[in-house]
Design a protein around this ligand. Structure first.
Ligand SMILES: [Cu+2]
Length: 541
């Protein structure tokens, strides 16, 4: 009874608790680095914990010739035309170039923050995609529940009395004694009133339960999968089947490639974190993907796989997979099925030496310490080793690569980016796939930009049933391009970072560590056609 009364009251309190996510687990903030006209900006969006709610937006500009910074939310579904007007972000005292403001996120779905900047170098704007989706369900405190249930009961009592009295006492002449007929009428009226309330409560209860079921269904959880390793013609293959209960199958039919691949999959040996692989499984059908494994040692592995939907929203699939014995598909990475797959072995967490013998072994670096890469070149994390890394602070993680002869290494694009990084917390509770643009994929940016160029309130190009085939068409198109063509096709938004990397042999990854603890960072770059993986340990306070 308490629940039914409560639910009826909750009819009025249909809150929607959501917050934005990207392809990640455990990092809710969105960090983005890019150019707005002639200004280089770093934007950090801290999502609200409820929607409707406000997101805190921090804009860090490279200069102090800025007059005004405007921010506004734009949803994929409503486009620029259907968006509210901008709010101003205000300068932060004593921190040149830093602006802070707030925007309202009113709905769930694929969204973005548009940052417009006005200064002596003219006007510029950039778009930071994010996804607003429910992630938590709030419980009501029992005391409020009982108070509301009590009030509900009182209302039911009052309504019953009012209906009863209106059909009996109210028809009585003043001063006249209450007759038996009036009593009967009062009872009949009260029964009708009580039945009316009962029907109202029943309908209300059903309506509310429907709402909470819907809410529960749409709550964000990483997709889950069933992954196993099997032998096929003497080759060990990873088979991943996305759990169709964890995802709306229709969503996956509208997948689009990100950095030229439909899926980016990372394997990390659980606990020791000494083995890392970055693979690109091929799609067998909507739910099934498979990849030939590199020569990974036995163990239990954490698995994170990123997929992207047509509106540029990224989703992560999380699983673990058991590898029973050392894989021997051939140690030469050129025998891997996908030339963009790579793996690396390093020392286990908390020890300085590797437990496995392999010429692929590199020792984990730390801030400020030079460490070797697989081809004899070396890498340095340009961070002051004496300054502790703090959680919640925006960092531009910067890595420099030096050729074996001591000169600056010339980096080549790898999957349309000058660098890729995966960051995982030692207990697996935080995972992120980072790029020089930050936590946001450049594919999401171009998808959202294309949407902004449309002046309609509804997206012009809505997916049709033919869309499923177009995934394969795009993949075929990408596979027949030359590497240079493909990088050109995938990198239209990366030109400034490209310039930076070519001239300075460095890659930067803007990121905010969401919690204190131990993290491992795997950083991947390409030099002389070879994918190199540098591993670093980070202690975050
Ligand atoms: Cu990848």
């Amino acid at each position: 009874m308490k629940n039914i009364l409560l639910n009826s009251f909750l009819l009025l309190l249909s809150f929607c608790f959501t917050y934005p996510i990207q392809a990640h687990i455990g990092s809710s903030g969105v960090v983005f680095e890019g150019n707005a006209g002639k200004y280089a900006l770093q934007v950090y969006v801290q999502p609200p914990d409820v929607i409707p709610g406000t997101a805190k937006v921090t804009v860090i500009a490279d200069a102090n010739d800025i007059q005004k910074v405007n921010i506004k939310p734009i949803y994929y579904w409503f486009g620029d035309e259907g968006s509210p007007r901008s709010d101003e972000a205000f300068p932060v005292a004593n921190q040149a170039g830093r602006y802070e403001g707030q925007i309202w996120l009113m709905n769930s779905g694929a969204a973005s923050v548009q940052v417009e900047i006005i200064g002596s170098r003219g006007k510029g704007s950039l778009i930071v995609p994010l996804v607003a989706i429910a992630t938590a369900k709030r419980a009501m405190s029992p005391s409020i529940g009982w108070i509301l249930a009590g009030l509900g009961l009182l209302l039911v009592g009052l309504l019953t009395t009012i209906i009863g009295a209106s059909t009996s006492d109210s028809l009585q002449t003043v001063g006249e004694p209450i007759s038996g007929t009036t009593m009967k009428k009062r009872i009949r009226g009260s029964v009708i009133g009580a039945s009316f309330c009962g029907v109202l409560l029943f309908v209300g209860n059903n309506w509310w339960n429907g709402l909470t079921d819907d809410y529960q269904r749409n709550l964000y959880k990483p997709y889950t999968a069933n992954t196993k390793v099997i032998e096929e013609n003497g080759v060990s293959v990873l088979k991943l089947q996305i759990d169709s209960n964890s995802v709306q199958r229709r969503w996956l039919s509208y997948a689009i490639p990100d950095h030229g691949k439909l899926m980016h999959l990372f394997l990390i040996r659980q606990g020791t974190m000494d083995v890392f692989a970055h693979l690109h499984p091929s799609r067998k059908d909507t739910l099934n993907f498979e990849a030939q494994l590199p020569d990974l040692p036995a163990g239990k592995y954490l698995l994170y796989a990123d997929v992207m939907r047509y509106q540029g929203a990224q989703y992560t699939i999380a699983d673990t997979v058991e590898i029973n014995k050392q894989i021997s598909n051939g140690s030469n990475s050129s025998t891997l099925k996908d030339p963009y797959d790579a793996y690396a072995i390093t020392n286990p967490l908390n020890t300085k030496e590797a437990s496995i013998k392999s010429d692929l072994i590199t020792i984990c670096g730390t801030p400020g310490v030079k460490t070797k890469l697989q081809d004899g070149s070396s890498i340095v994390w340009e961070e002051d080793p004496n300054k502790p890394l703090m959680m919640g602070k925006v960092y531009d993680l910067k890595f420099s690569i030096i050729s074996p002869d001591g000169t600056k290494a010339k980096l080549e694009p790898y999957l349309g980016m000058m660098g890729h990084a995966a960051i995982v917390k030692d207990d697996g509770s935080v995972y992120i796939h980072l790029h020089p643009t930050g936590t946001v994929s450049s594919t999401s940016v171009s998808v959202m930009q294309k949407r902004l160029d449309e002046t309609s309130k509804k997206p012009n190009i809505l997916p049709t049933t033919a869309f499923k085939d177009s995934v394969d068409k795009i993949m075929t198109k990408l596979s027949i391009m030359t590497e240079a063509e493909r990088d050109n096709f995938l990198m239209p938004n990366m030109l400034h970072t490209n310039d930076k990397a070519e001239h300075h042999n460095t890659v930067n990854f803007p990121y905010v560590f969401p919690q204190a603890g131990k993290y491992r960072i795997w950083l991947q770059v390409k030099r002389n056609g070879k994918i190199l993986t540098g591993t670093f340990d980070a202690k975050v306070m």
